[in-house]
Design a protein around this ligand. Structure first.
Ligand SMILES: [Zn+2]
Length: 103
């Protein structure tokens, strides 16, 4: 059974998931490379989609120059990627648990 270690949460923990659920002991990492899908497909796909939408809005709604459209799109991509990193892993973990429950 997973026994949680008592420690304080830090900024580093935003990108590093816990070892498992502190209530039921469910391990979060099932196999090596487990976080590859949530980081690259869910996190990167979501952040680039949000950046593209922000760039399109900046271009078509605000008529900004190309340099500002690029800056708005890039900044939005970076900010969303940072804020969504932890939630992409949680979303993938929930989907994986729903479609492939452990015994
Ligand atoms: Zn649990």
């Amino acid at each position: 059974m997973f026994i949680p270690a008592l420690k304080t949460r830090t900024f580093y923990d935003w990108f590093t998931p816990l070892d498992g659920c502190h209530r039921c002991g469910y391990p979060y990492v099932r196999e090596p490379g487990y976080w590859l899908v949530p980081v690259w497909i869910i996190g990167f796909g979501n952040s680039t989609a949000c950046g593209a939408v922000a760039a399109l809005i900046a271009h078509y709604c605000f008529n900004l120059d190309l340099i500002w459209v690029t800056i708005v799109g890039s900044a939005t991509t970076g900010i969303v990627a940072f804020l969504f990193a932890r939630h992409a892993k949680a979303l993938f973990l929930a989907l994986d648990l729903y479609f492939d429950p452990e015994d």
